[in-house]
Design a protein. Structure first.
Length: 369
């Protein structure tokens, strides 16, 4: 295995970095559209579905931690190879490589579409992608530890945005949230499927767990990460519900950015552009780690070359694919909807089934080592 990727003191991450990597992979562009997504199904009761989605994602995250405890010094690839043989391990490499590559591309593609729509209308999306691939490559080359440091730094420089959003409460009406459960529980329960998709990203625990310095804090870490993500989604969604009417909110694809347009300062005319420019760094915390994880799986599969070589190939392939497809916002939404089925299988169904299977296998002396 590539020495850069092998868990050890030089590549260990702190509990805070562990939490922020998970949180960063979950946040992405989901925060931009989640108010509209939940409002389209359950109206202003959608905030309840976010809490239910948090509960399910937290349970799934804890199951992943329990699975990784069976083979704590290796990733999910090593665990599959150890318990089920090298061919199942190879299959796992391919599945996760494809999954994280698609995950990274969909987030990256939507990010540049947002930048093009709001800031640089005359620039092609593939050109915008070129601006990001060099710093992304440098982070991928640095591995998990550099990605953890990037998550810490970006978190610190983006906290101010949530404080600025508080000013929007003066522009809204809390009556929009009443009455609670106006149509009963069924619309809320139908919305849960949408909200759990916004929590995807915690499955990265399969790969960053062996790098965690204090593995005994992993369970607490995933709970904090999911809770923090839930609070951010809840905060932003309630702001949008309060500011926009229940009917009006469904007409905005970029709900959060549209709401931020209300904020005005004497020294700046378009604060929404400043907000989106800074938030592009937050979105980068999602697709860059996913690209790294995909390159990791590919390097393990082919067993030659450094992982960052494959990371560079993936990044260039994203630019080429974007140039060929030239997709817009609607196409991006359709692609994300198709990807959601794979996301549920990988992040929710697979960990649960694997946990049950390992619980039975480890009852036999052969697998208790």
């Amino acid at each position: 295995m590539d020495a850069v990727l092998k868990p050890g003191k030089a590549t260990q991450i702190t509990t805070l970095q562990f939490i922020l990597i998970i949180h960063s992979m979950q946040l992405g562009v989901g925060i931009i559209s989640i108010p509209k997504d939940v409002a389209a199904i359950s109206g202003t009761d959608g905030w309840i579905a976010i809490i239910l989605g948090w509960l399910l994602s937290t349970v799934a995250s804890l199951i992943i931690v329990q699975v990784m405890k069976k083979h704590p010094n290796g990733t999910i690839i090593d665990l599959l190879s150890h318990f089920f043989g090298k061919w199942i391990g190879k299959l796992g490499m391919l599945v996760f490589a494809l999954y994280f590559a698609l995950y990274a591309y969909l987030i990256f593609d939507r990010m540049v579409i947002l930048i093009q729509s709001w800031i640089m209308q005359q620039t092609q999306t593939w050109v915008l992608m070129l601006l990001f691939i060099l710093p992304a490559y440098m982070l991928i080359k640095g591995g998990v530890r550099d990605i953890g440091r990037f998550s810490e730094a970006t978190f610190l420089v983006s906290v101010w945005m949530f404080g600025v959003l508080v000013t929007l409460f003066h522009e809204g009406s809390w009556l929009h949230l009443l009455p609670v459960l106006k149509e009963g529980w069924m619309p809320v329960l139908r919305t849960v499927n949408t909200t759990i998709l916004s929590f995807l990203g915690f499955e990265c625990v399969f790969f960053i767990y062996p790098y965690l310095e204090k593995k005994q804090s992993a369970a607490v870490g995933v709970i904090i990460a999911n809770t923090f993500t839930m609070l951010v989604y809840l905060y932003v969604t309630i702001i949008c519900f309060v500011v926009l009417s229940p009917d009006e909110i469904t007409y905005f694809n970029d709900t959060v950015i549209s709401v931020v347009k209300i904020i005005e300062f004497r020294f700046i005319e378009r604060f929404d552009l400043v907000m989106l420019s800074c938030y592009s760094m937050v979105i980068s915390k999602t697709w860059i780690p996913a690209t790294y994880l995909s390159s990791y799986c590919i390097s393990r599969f082919f067993t030659f070359g450094k992982h960052y070589m494959y990371g560079g190939i993936i990044l260039i392939s994203m630019v080429v694919l974007n140039y060929c497809l030239n997709s817009g916002w609607n196409e991006s939404i359709k692609a994300a909807s198709m990807f959601s089925k794979l996301g549920i299988a990988v992040a929710f169904i697979f960990p649960f089934c694997l946990w049950l299977l390992l619980a039975v296998m480890t009852q036999f002396p052969r697998w208790q080592k």
